[in-house]
Design a protein around this ligand. Structure first.
Ligand code: NAD
Ligand code: UDP
Length: 389
């Protein structure tokens, strides 16, 4: 832990050490959050997940990062009677557990809805009944499509931020029709947000809702065939990393015209730590956490990743680095897409004084350096392996 000096909150009050029950601690965001808490604070973590590969380095007794302050509990929150006891032991619960890869939303809509709504219900209930604070991870996808996407293609209003910037307390949630099962995730997340909000209004639950806007960085998802299923489809960072590592063209779904803002995981985690340590400023709020300055189309992202990867790997890019694929071919029936995601930052600025720092180029450079270092050799060996006859 950094220094023995007393940590102060944003209002100059000493922060008391707390115990945090982190559900989904073994995932991408959880692993970075555990690392940050152990390195920079005196807080204790009860880490709950079905997997722990991404936090193994923190659990080993010889780890320099406070292994005595993290306790891993391998459990599935769908069916484990230990859940309520662990929530009761903690001062704060952070719920990250979810199915959150778009390839699942239209192909496994039932699992997606159960995971993002039904399985989160007991967590909310136990927090509310035991007067425990809850930080729940939702998604920017609850905004769905922008109002501007319904305007004629040549309408000048499309350039007006009022038609596309997404604001927590003002923007509507616009999803496609029911057969577009892509929206099963967004809809389940929206309903759990409404339930948490209602628990706050009617029963006094102290809550904070986080809406991440495409957080990316090391340890995100998996590389198919290396540390995940060969046929698996992770989120775009890992899909494109996999293509680059295997020297295959990057696949642009429906021409890669959708727009996203990407934020470096380490910037985003700073915002979460501020929420954890400033309950008086964070309770009762929904926060966008993203980087409005890092907007690109998916095609531009592919081009930038190709350029950055050539730099960090020392290998020249392919002559034709991208290829177009239809969404039906890539994701199957029922896929649909968010057109554009720019977070309004007013509320998080006002409440927590937080701003992201890292440019898209810089975050891709450090992330792709990690991907190359972690996977390039394993991929070479996998490709060289003779196929069993
Ligand atoms: P992740 O898949 O890496 O992590 C989720 C973790 O939850 C996994 O380790 C998984 O094993 C665990 N989990 C799932 N179901 C569980 C269960 N029933 N019992 C116990 N553990 C379970 O995903 P992430 O990117 O770290 O996302 C964390 C949260 O943030 C999710 O709620 C997701 O919807 C939200 N989110 C993330 C992003 C992003 O940019 N990464 C964007 C929008 C929303
Ligand atoms: N995408 C793509 N090629 C891929 C993977 C994803 O063109 O190999 C697109 C996808 O259709 C979407 C965007 O990249 O428009 C971001 O996808 P991601 O899986 O990261 O999740 P989302 O931002 O849609 O939640």
């Amino acid at each position: 832990m950094a220094g023995a000096s007393v940590r102060l909150d944003l209002d100059g009050r000493p922060i008391k050490p707390m115990t945090i029950c982190m559900i989904g601690a073994g995932g991408f965001i959880g692993s970075h959050l555990c690392e940050k808490i152990l390195l920079e604070t005196p807080h204790k973590i009860l880490a709950l997940d079905v997997y722990n590969d991404k936090i193994k380095h923190l659990l080993e007794p010889e780890s320099q990062t406070g292994a005595d302050r993290i306790q891993f509990h391998r459990l599935n929150i769908k069916h484990d009677s230990r859940l309520e006891g662990l929530i009761k032991m903690a001062d704060l619960t952070i719920n990250l557990a979810a199915i959150c890869t778009p390839a699942d939303y239209n192909t496994r809509p039932l699992d997606t809805i159960y995971s993002n709504f039904i399985d989160a219900l007991p967590v909310v209930k136990y927090c509310s009944e035991n007067n425990k604070r809850l930080i729940h991870f939702s998604t920017c996808e609850v905004y769905g499509k922008t109002i501007g996407s319904f305007l004629p293609k040549d309408s000048p209003l499309r350039q007006d931020p009022a038609y596309y910037v997404l604001k927590e307390d003002a923007s509507p949630c616009i999803f496609g029709s029911i057969e577009k099962q892509r929206w099963s995730y967004a809809c389940a997340k929206q309903l759990i947000e409404r339930l948490i909000y209602a628990e706050g209004a009617e029963n006094g639950l102290e809550f904070t809702i986080v809406r991440p806007f495409n957080w990316i960085g090391p340890r995100m998802d998996f590389i198919p065939g290396i540390d995940g299923p060969s046929e698996g489809v992770p989120r775009v960072l890992a899909c494109f990393s996999n293509n680059l590592l295997r020297r295959q063209p990057l696949k642009l779904v429906d021409g890669g015209q959708s727009q996203r803002t990407f934020i470096y995981i380490k910037d985003a985690i700073e915002a979460v730590l501020l929420m954890i340590e400033n309950p008086a400023r964070a309770n009762g709020h929904i926060f966008n956490v993203g980087n409005p300055h890092n907007e690109v189309t998916v095609r531009q992202l592919a081009e930038m990743m190709t350029e950055v990867y050539a730099k960090v790997s020392g290998e020249a890019a392919l002559e034709e680095p991208t290829v177009d694929v239809s969404s039906k071919e890539f994701y199957g029936e029922g896929y649909d897409d968010s057109d554009k995601r720019i977070p309004d930052m007013t509320i998080i600025n006002q409440q927590l004084g937080w701003n992201p720092k890292t440019s898209l180029w810089d975050l891709l450079e450090s992330t792709l350096t990690y991907q190359h270092r972690t996977y390039a050799e394993a991929i070479k060996q996998a490709v060289a392996k003779p196929v069993a006859s």
